[in-house]
Design a protein around this ligand. Structure first.
Ligand SMILES: C[S@@+](CC[C@H](N)C(=O)[O-])C[C@H]1O[C@@H](n2cnc3c(N)ncnc32)[C@H](O)[C@@H]1O
Length: 295
């Protein structure tokens, strides 16, 4: 493996095994690129299975089960009123955001590849007496399995770095949307990744460490955790990087209409919190949100 000075993936830098990042040189020869992507995704799935129990302990579940939605104010304002709407949450993990939308009045479905994560999501739904459906699937395969349409397709915080094909992701979003529906995403800004050092931390002085236009898949030899720095799941993990241009163009190419693209100077890792954890204002975009209607 060759180490690279480039930065981490879209947002989950703290989820990565630090000091072990490498450009991908483990492609298995004799299988197609598509098969390699599936193998990398399955490796990531094992990592998320290994983190689920810790997240169930460390996320703010106590607040959720007593009726407080765990969705930060920016996302809540931008998505708007969800009452009576059908909402599908892609990459829903242990279901905390999905069930938060249910508390706010949506009819919810969550999709995730990790059976361990979904075990906790279903357990939480039962505990909260919420009718929610959780589907175990690789989001890249969802078009084959889910034929229903939804008013809202939602995903947030730690999403696009796990997606091996941004164009297929956009096609999947469009496939799931009713013609009058919309998609929203809130995620780490791809620009921030060029500032991350080999430990996945934003460099002091914000100097550029890596290539914004990189095409390599980043390979880590463990899956680390953003809620417990000491936890390293002993499986390989892989992250992709999409520039803002690639993200926007993918949704334009499937005929969707961009309503807004907002860029924020805060690194708001609110994936497991109702509250904005960082009030620090940087000189560069740290997170972004995008809303696009189906047509
Ligand atoms: C950072 S979490 C999602 C963040 C979410 N806001 C949260 O913390 O509740 C990433 C999730 O993506 C899921 N995931 C990764 N790759 C996937 C894929 N190809 N298809 C479906 N789910 C995937 C993982 O299993 C994990 O649950």
């Amino acid at each position: 493996m060759t180490t690279t000075p480039s930065g981490c993936g879209i947002v989950c830098c703290r989820a990565c095994g630090s000091k072990s990042r490498a450009v991908l040189d483990v492609l298995v020869h004799g299988v197609t690129m598509q098969e390699n992507k599936i193998m990398m995704t399955q490796a990531n799935r094992q990592g998320w299975d290994g983190l689920a129990e810790t997240h169930f302990r460390n996320y703010h579940i106590d607040r959720l089960v007593t009726g407080t939605p765990l969705i930060n104010d920016v996302i809540r304002r931008e998505v708007g009123d969800v009452r009576g709407k059908s909402l599908v949450h892609l990459l829903c993990h242990i279901g905390t955001d999905t069930l938060s939308w249910a508390l706010l009045g949506a009819r919810v479905t969550g999709i995730d590849i990790s059976p361990e994560s979904l075990k906790y999501a279903r357990q939480l739904a039962r505990q909260m007496d919420i009718e929610a459906e959780f589907i175990e699937a690789d989001v890249m395969q969802v078009m084959e399995h889910v034929k229903r349409k939804f008013d809202i397709v939602f995903s947030s915080i730690g999403v696009l770095c796990w997606i091996p094909d941004i164009e297929k992701y956009a096609r999947t979003v469009r496939h799931l949307l009713d013609d009058s529906g919309f998609f929203t995403i809130f995620d780490g800004h791809p620009f921030r990744s060029v500032l991350l050092d080999a430990d996945g931390e934003a460099s002091a002085g914000s100097t550029i460490q890596g290539d914004y236009f990189r095409k390599e898949v980043w390979h880590y030899d463990t899956m680390g955790d953003y809620t417990d720095p000491d936890l390293k799941v002993p499986v390989h993990s892989f992250e992709w990087h999409w520039t803002m241009g690639e993200i926007i163009t993918a949704f334009c190419d499937v005929g969707m209409r961009i309503v807004f693209l907002h860029e924020y100077p805060h690194y708001t890792y609110g994936g497991y919190s109702a509250y904005n954890e960082s009030e620090t204002v940087e000189l560069y975009p740290c997170t972004f949100s995008l809303k696009a209607t189906a047509r």
